[in-house]
Design a protein around this ligand. Structure first.
Ligand SMILES: Nc1ncnc2c1ncn2[C@@H]1O[C@H](COP(=O)(O)OP(=O)(O)O)[C@@H](O)[C@H]1O
Ligand SMILES: [Mg+2]
Length: 346
């Protein structure tokens, strides 16, 4: 549900309960399998984080210097590569809550509302001492350069400016998750301490990801299951593997017979992953059909760039049409007023 814009308009308050979820992190770095380069970058980020926590909390410097000592990370990479789990694991490592920001909810339709929501989110993170996690942050961070319409431009500049001010003043930990690191506003870029690149998993990692997605003792697997073969054959993200495993389990559970005899077999996993791959291809096609030149490079890895391009292109078109519609209506209204005045005069 969107926040009640009218209510917050009158009270001057943004209701942060609707736009953020505050969670106690459960997943740890043991739950995530990463390519070596990603793991190294993340280890570095983690040691910065624990040192930061040591001086601010245990050494009490956070109380002396409540602002301006923040630590900001950007997790960049294709969707389903583990950015969300790792944000959770970071918060877990320093024993703090994770404040997950739902950007779609944060971005209010009401002009002037979004900057206020951003400020409210930072206030709440400060109060809870939580790690602040902006998921799918490309939309916020790269705004200044992507929107052309003057009204929307002013609004988005205000959002970025508030975000920059809040980042500057905030004393805690902020993590952004983005698909497109290169598109960042330079002013924003300067405030990010470390970028962690989340790469697509290699065959070796994919095999382990298949394994961790099933329960080590409870999940009934048929002896024909071969995760190495699945990992070799399907170069997909961890998120796709997760979805395929759930589909396979549902299919196996739906088969006739006693539950005790049901097993997830290789054919279930094969079908699951093929469905997931097919579904993501359908999505790319419908989004990309106006720009066939980009469909060619829209693989599981390349999709986010192309998809975002297409969405931005669409967004600009919609905005142009909306402006045109407003213009035409204004003109019609003017004609009506003239007609009424003429009628009155006669
Ligand atoms: N590297 C990984 N190791 C283990 N599981 C993963 C990995 N990447 C993704 N997954 C699975 O896919 C799901 C979605 O991943 P998520 O962290 O939301 O990806 P992102 O935030 O990068 O889109 C996770 O909950 C997890 O089950
Ligand atoms: Mg995610």
């Amino acid at each position: 549900m969107a926040p009640l814009p009218l209510l917050s308009f009158f009270t001057g308050q943004s209701d942060t309960r609707k736009i953020v979820a505050s969670v106690v992190p459960r997943r740890t770095f043991d739950d995530v399998i990463l390519p070596p380069a990603t793991r190294r970058a993340l280890d570095q980020a983690l040691s910065q984080l624990t040192r930061h926590d040591l001086i601010l909390r245990r050494w009490g410097l956070g109380e002396r210097h409540p602002t301006g000592l923040g630590l900001t990370f950007n997790f960049a990479g294709p969707s389903g590569t583990g950015k969300t789990i790792c944000a959770e694991a970071m918060a877990h490592a320093i024993g703090r809550r994770l404040l997950l920001v739902r950007y779609a909810e944060l971005e209010s339709m009401w002009m002037g509302e979004t900057p206020k929501n951003v400020a409210a989110v930072f206030r709440r993170a400060h109060e809870e001492g939580a790690v602040l996690f902006f998921d799918e942050a490309d939309a916020i961070a790269s705004r200044r350069s992507t929107l052309q319409e003057p009204g929307a431009q002013r609004e988005s500049n205000a959002v970025v400016n508030v975000l920059l001010q809040e980042l500057e003043a905030f004393g805690g930990v902020v993590i952004f998750a983005t698909n497109l690191a290169s598109n960042f506003d330079p002013a924003f870029e300067r405030r990010i301490r470390t970028h962690v690149l989340f790469e697509m998993p290699g065959a070796e990692q994919r095999e382990q990801i298949w394994r961790v997605q099933v329960h080590p003792t409870l999940t009934p697997l048929d002896p024909d299951v071969d995760f190495a073969a699945l990992a070799e054959r399907y170069p997909v993200s961890g998120g796709s593997i997760r979805n395929a495993v759930l589909k396979a389990a549902l299919a196996a559970a739906a088969e006739p017979g006693a539950d005790d005899h049901k097993r997830i077999a290789q054919r279930h996993f094969e079908q699951g992953i093929r469905d997931v791959v097919a579904a993501s291809q359908v999505m790319q096609q419908s989004l990309l059909s106006p720009r066939p030149d980009q469909a060619a490079r829209a693989t599981d890895t390349g999709a986010p760039a192309a998809v975002l391009d297409a969405v931005q292109h669409l967004g600009a078109q919609v905005q142009r049409h909306a402006t045109l519609a407003v213009g035409v209506s204004a003109f019609a209204l003017l004609l009506a007023v003239i007609a009424v005045v003429l009628a009155a005069v006669r």
